[in-house]
Design a binder for this molecule. Structure first.
Ligand SMILES: [Mn+2]
Length: 293
């Protein structure tokens, strides 16, 4: 088993430009690892405010290629790390992992729940729908896929705190599906370690492993400003270390990993880049140790 880096060069899922430049900035700093690039095909990007399915076809086309590549990596028994890119790329990566591993849980570490549907989105930005799509309720975003979706009962969000206009509808969607959501308030109240332990328990209950999707905007924007949609009052570096250590302690059950939403245009003094590298280097080292055992 080897670690394979996939650069998912997309900003098609959000009307803010720049996340397509994030993956290469990160991966060129990852020493000794080869990576493959998934590029946008259609470069004419819709940012029309009235368009509530912005770039749907090109997001689908992108995810189809990403899905095929991640599927191949996993069939060859390697460990895929997908570097985004906006969060819509996780539809391709998580569903590829689900296809190979059959019964997968997912931990979505993010300031947002990403649980809009075509009925509830008010921005039409597809990076606001991926977790709903992965649970199987946004068919138009998963046309490339035929297989079972990830069970909402094994789906957990950690770090939610967003305050969008249509928040109630999105929360309604996620509650109806039975996904567990841990907010930043919960983290303050119970501590990140207890929340992460619960998240691991839920995601692994009767599953064959988990996919972890890490959105850098979960971190406080003072510490990690290089994201497209910052949300104040995010997690601190101490809690981040505990999250990463929990993932390392559970490396035997983690099948695939995404790190998304790095936007170098908004980074200050490489703060976000350095955090991204710290997370990845730490996990990669652990995966290498694990495979030697
Ligand atoms: Mn996200």
């Amino acid at each position: 088993m080897e670690v394979k880096i996939v650069n998912a060069l997309s900003d098609l899922g959000v009307d803010v430009d720049g996340t397509c430049d994030g993956p290469l900035v990160i991966s060129k700093n990852l020493k000794g690892l080869n990576s493959i690039n998934i590029n946008k095909i259609n470069t004419i990007k819709s940012k029309d405010k009235k368009d509530l399915k912005k770039n749907l076809e090109s997001v689908n086309a992108f995810n189809r290629i990403l899905y095929d590549n991640v599927l191949k990596i996993m069939k060859d028994r390697n460990f895929p790390i997908i570097i985004g890119g906006d969060h819509s790329v996780s539809i391709g990566s998580a569903l590829a992992s689900q296809k190979v591993n059959k019964n997968l849980g997912i931990i979505w570490i993010d300031a947002h729940i990403d649980y809009n549907t075509f009925e509830t989105t008010i921005t039409g930005n597809m990076h606001g729908l991926p977790l709903a799509a992965i649970n199987g309720i946004c068919g138009d975003l998963t046309k490339f896929y035929n297989g079972d979706y990830i069970n909402p009962k094994n789906t957990v969000v950690v770090g939610y705190r967003a305050n969008e206009e249509n928040k109630e509808k999105e929360l309604d969607n996620i509650k109806k599906m039975g996904v567990t959501v841990y907010t930043c308030e919960d983290i303050k109240k119970y501590g990140i370690q207890s929340i992460m332990n619960k998240a691991i328990n839920i995601a692994t209950l009767n599953t064959n492993g988990i996919h972890v999707s890490f959105d850098l905007d979960v971190i406080d924007p003072e510490l990690a400003p290089g994201v497209s949609i910052p949300e104040k009052d995010g997690i601190n570096l101490k809690d981040l270390d505990k999250i990463v250590n929990t993932l390392k302690d559970n490396i035997n059950i983690i099948k695939s990993f995404d790190l998304v939403e790095f936007n170098p245009r908004f980074d200050i003094d490489n703060k976000t880049l350095n955090i991204a590298l710290r997370i990845l280097n730490s996990l990669i080292e652990k995966i290498k140790d694990y495979q030697l055992q």
